[in-house]
Design a binder for this molecule. Structure first.
Ligand code: GLN
Length: 537
């Protein structure tokens, strides 16, 4: 059977939850027994978000195969509980790079290279690769940006062409808009939706479904009005009212009958009834009153919570499992250096230092780690957070502040974290780190081994620096346990402090594999230790 496609476009404004909607609809289809994959088309010219500042772009989400992708891929993987691959995030940069390199090779035999058909054909080729590499029967494709942006036009043109290439029965277009409320009259307005649909039509795409996001309840009259003016069936206008619980979105869309309508239009016979019992329990648990637990997250991009999207989600998953309500204090490490924010740290039952790059704010993080070690406050360090835990420990053991990662001080006397040998000659910054899934063997009797409950795990990485083995012996003797190692024993993947209730640093990023119904064991271990420390469980 031919692969079926559902395309998602956005109108009116950005950030109305296109990624979450696509992810939730993917879940609806999976619940009915269909295999799905999701692809994001990003209109920017960077090859991938790996080189972008988190301030610009939010978190960089890493896949099994080491692709550095948009954070929406995290929504897709978490909501649908699937593992995606490199072709699931394409950018204008990748598309142009490919076309230009083909042109240089002479592949186009003297032709003039143009946006249509060369760029659009390359986009379509990459869309087709998703089902081939994942085996998905239904591919959901999200076009980044908002209709009307110059940058996304080639993507929209490509998905427009796909309707005639593949047939009406194999394509479905969902357009996501925003209904603003005018304060004075307390009225929801449909005009921007009408305009954005008109804009979409002018490029040749007629939506089959309109999802109208709103902060206020949407009555039938509004939906009927949108249906009439935008020429879609009334039942294909789906109000999506903002919910404080993100994981409620699939249930809202289920109630609205979204999946049945899409499957019917794509010519599928019903396969199995969805079973939402576990998902409903998850949402129920989220809403239940639970004891509060304060955790400090010490980072450098804390003003923008999206920069730590997967860490926050993994913490929430773990909190649900442990049965506590998290109060996350987002602390800027530069402020800690100035002596600010320490009350929050002292009020916290756990400290977490996530990944990061560059020297700004490093000392503030080290001070927070020192506090956690001395006061026996549960600590979880992710990548950079592990490296700085090693630096802090090194300064204490070696009795010298001239101990650092060579990322921050190339001439430090004690380079306890150093560039990996395979990284030494690398000059290009994009896509050249140690990226993606690598195995890790867990040492018997360690905190990590106890948390995971298995001997071998595979986790996702994104780093250039590593623990310097010259210090392994000495640090072990003083109470640092190297509880996770690469199978050849060469790379330290997890370090922990033996004489501490929970002080664990991972060279990898466990947050990328946490799922709402299957919290990551290390996050659960951390939150549980914090809850015990606070005496709330
Ligand atoms: N900057 C560190 C490195 O490259 C840590 C990276 C990270 O936290 N993802 O090794």
């Amino acid at each position: 059977m031919a692969t079926k496609y559902i395309f998602f476009t956005g109108g009116v404004v950005s950030s109305v939850g296109k990624g979450v909607t696509a992810a939730a609809i993917g879940r609806l289809l999976k619940e009915r027994g269909f295999s799905v994959a999701v692809q994001k088309l990003d209109p920017y010219i960077n090859v991938d978000p790996g080189t972008m500042s988190p301030y610009q772009h939010g978190e960089v989400y890493v896949l099994d195969d080491g692709a550095e992708t948009d954070l929406d891929l995290g929504h897709y993987e978490r909501f649908i509980d699937i593992r995606l691959n490199r072709v699931c995030n394409i950018t204008t940069g990748q598309v142009y790079a490919e076309v230009i390199s083909k042109e240089r090779r002479g592949d186009y035999l003297g032709g003039t290279i143009q946006v249509i058909p060369h760029i659009t054909n390359e986009i379509k080729r990459r869309i087709a690769m998703v089902s081939r590499t994942t085996g998905a029967e239904i591919v959901l494709v999200e076009v980044g940006g908002t209709v009307g942006d110059i940058e996304s036009l080639p993507f929209l043109e490509a998905i427009r062409q796909l309707r005639s290439d593949l047939g009406r029965e194999n394509t479905f277009y969902v357009h996501l808009t925003w209904l603003p409320m005018i304060g004075a009259t307390e009225e929801l307005k449909t005009k921007p939706t009408q305009h954005s649909v008109r804009e979409l039509r002018s490029i040749g795409i007629s939506p089959d479904m309109i999802v109208a996001r709103s902060d206020h309840p949407v009555d039938d009259g509004i939906c009927e009005k949108i249906a009439l003016f935008c020429d879609v069936e009334a039942r294909a206008v789906v109000p999506m009212v903002t919910t404080p619980v993100l994981y409620q979105v699939p249930l809202l869309l289920e109630e609205a009958g979204v999946a049945d309508l899409i499957l019917h239009r794509l010519g599928f016979e019903p396969r199995q009834m969805p079973d939402w019992s576990a998902w409903k329990r998850l949402v129920e648990r989220t809403k239940q009153e639970k004891p509060k637990l304060t955790i400090s997250l010490v980072g450098k991009y804390v003003e923008l919570h999206d920069a730590y999207m997967s860490v926050r989600e993994a913490l929430r998953h773990a909190a649900l499992e442990v049965g506590v309500e998290l109060d996350i204090r987002w602390l800027h490490s530069v402020e800690l250096e100035k002596g600010k924010g320490w009350d929050d740290i002292r009020e916290s039952a756990g400290v977490i230092v996530p990944g990061g790059f560059g020297s700004r704010g490093i000392e503030g993080k080290i001070q927070a780690i020192r506090y956690a070690r001395n006061e026996k406050v549960p600590y979880l360090g992710l990548c950079l957070g592990m490296q700085l835990m090693v630096v802090e420990f090194g300064r204490w053991v070696l009795e010298s502040d001239d101990c650092n990662s060579t990322e921050f001080d190339r001439t430090t006397r004690y380079p306890v974290i150093d560039l990996m040998p395979e990284q030494v000659d690398i000059t290009d910054m994009g896509g050249t780190m140690r990226l993606g899934l690598y195995p890790c063997m867990l040492q018997e009797g360690s905190i990590a081994r106890k948390a995971y409950g298995v001997e071998k795990v595979d986790e996702r990485h994104r780093h250039r620096f590593e623990f310097n083995n010259a210090y392994r012996q000495r640090f072990s003797e003083r109470g640092m346990r190297f509880s996770g190692l690469s199978p050849d024993g060469r790379l330290v993947e997890i370090a922990e402090i033996a004489d501490h209730p929970f002080m664990v640093g991972t060279q990898f990023h466990p947050e990328f594999l946490s799922r709402p119904n299957r919290a990551h064991p290390l996050f659960v271990g951390f939150v549980r230790a914090a809850a015990q420390k606070a005496g709330v469980i």
